[in-house]
Design a protein around this ligand. Structure first.
Ligand code: FNR
Length: 374
């Protein structure tokens, strides 16, 4: 179908399933074990309802914001997803180019198919990029990666903390794991510096370098080697969010890695509710908060999902798979169209909600009283 026929972010997934190479579809769409968490990620949003306000002069709406001090035209960012070239020859550059056009932020994955410098070189002036970091067992190498990123203008470092071991993407066994990944581009795997075991699918083949020994006491070391804002990606309880806050980090991403790690992990949006409640109670801070920002990802497919998270205290939300499906099917134009769709949804839903700016999207605009009922 032509892009005009794509009406929402779900449509990209339906088309991608039909036309994408089987191996790429398996890697992008798969999730851990029985895929309960990936289903829950979107379902959790269905337990939150709006309390819109009326008669507030909705002629003008503005849903732009600031994420870690950087401007963004929407309260979303493109989250890190590995191996972009499985879906399209231009890989992550599709995301860089569309993000530039739309004024949204791209988080570059450690395991990008394109090289880090290639993705940074493709950046337009004033465009913002963050980096997702898988921490290498070789800390000297990790330090060099981090400091190189800072030198190249990266303005946020997201340390992934939910993957000491890779989740078993079992449903994709007949494809992701059973297909026995063969790297199309040797550079994809060489970054780890380790010998690559390709017998267990795309995911496992490239993640052997990740340090399962990473611990809380390593965090001050990261703070000592960079001035970039540090964010932990993959926090799932208020206890760990509080620990991150007390360590002086810039924020946390409440995320279960798109359902790809621990199955039966709760959705990020559900965790957001408890994190906001407990941090307000224990430290007296209110959200959204400039100094300690809360992000959510997983299952976000509509501007209404995003606005629910914002109402509940998130600064912004990450979106992953829809952009992968968009560039796998239509290249950069697909991502451009996905962002157009989100823009149109934001404009309409802000009006229908009675919010001129994101500051007007307040806690009382949602009823989340059923969020903990599964
Ligand atoms: C991911 N995600 C991820 N996260 C990370 O920290 N490092 C990584 O290399 C990857 N790679 C990756 C690959 C693919 C194919 C997917 C789908 C996801 C997780 C990602 O950043 C994010 O948490 C989820 O994708 C969010 O869920 P949705 O938007 O995909 O539902």
């Amino acid at each position: 179908p032509s892009l005009d026929e794509i009406l929402n972010l779900h449509d990209f997934e339906s088309i991608a399933k039909l036309v994408m190479p089987e191996k790429a579809w398996a890697y992008y769409s798969s999730a851990a074990d029985d895929e309960i968490t990936i289903r829950e990620n979107h379902a959790a949003y269905h337990r939150i309802w709006f309390r819109p306000r009326i008669l507030r002069d909705m002629t003008h709406v503005d849903y732009s914001t600031t994420i870690l001090g950087q401007p963004s035209k929407m309260p979303i960012y493109i989250t890190a997803t590995a191996l972009g070239k499985l879906g399209h020859p231009d890989g992550e550059l599709n995301l860089t180019r569309a993000a530039a056009k739309h004024g949204v932020i791209q988080m570059i994955p450690t395991l990008a198919s394109c090289s880090f410098d290639e993705i940074v070189d493709a950046r337009q002036p004033n465009q913002t990029q963050f980096l997702q970091l898988y921490v290498n067992k070789d800390r000297d190498l990790t330090r060099r990666i981090v400091q190189h990123a800072e030198k190249r203008g990266i303005t946020g470092l997201f340390i992934t903390v939910d993957a000491p071991q890779l989740g078993r993407r079992e449903k994709a066994c007949n494809s992701d794991m059973r297909m026995k990944f063969e790297a199309e581009d040797p550079d994809e795997v060489s970054k780890s510096g380790d010998k690559v075991d390709r017998s267990q699918g795309a995911a496992k083949a490239i993640t052997g370098f990740i340090d399962p020994g990473l611990k809380w006491s390593d965090i001050p070391w990261f703070q000592s080697i960079t001035k970039m804002p540090l964010i932990l990606k993959g926090v799932q309880t208020w206890e760990d969010a509080l620990e991150a806050y007390d360590l002086g980090l810039a924020g946390v991403v409440l995320s279960n890695h798109g359902g790809r790690q621990l199955d039966f992990a709760r959705s990020g949006i559900e965790v957001l509710v408890e994190v906001v409640e407990k941090l307000e109670e224990k430290r007296g801070i209110a959200f959204p908060n400039e100094k300690f920002q809360l992000f959510v990802d997983g299952g976000v497919r509509r501007a209404t999902d995003v606005l629910k998270a914002v109402a509940l205290g998130a600064t912004a939300v990450g979106i992953g798979r829809p952009f992968l499906y968009a560039f796998s099917t239509y290249g950069v134009d697909g991502v451009d169209h996905a962002l157009d769709i989100l823009n149109a949804e934001f404009e309409m839903n802000m009006r229908l909600l009675g919010a001129n700016t994101l500051k007007d999207v307040t806690r009382d605009m949602v009823d989340a009283s059923s969020i903990h009922q599964h």
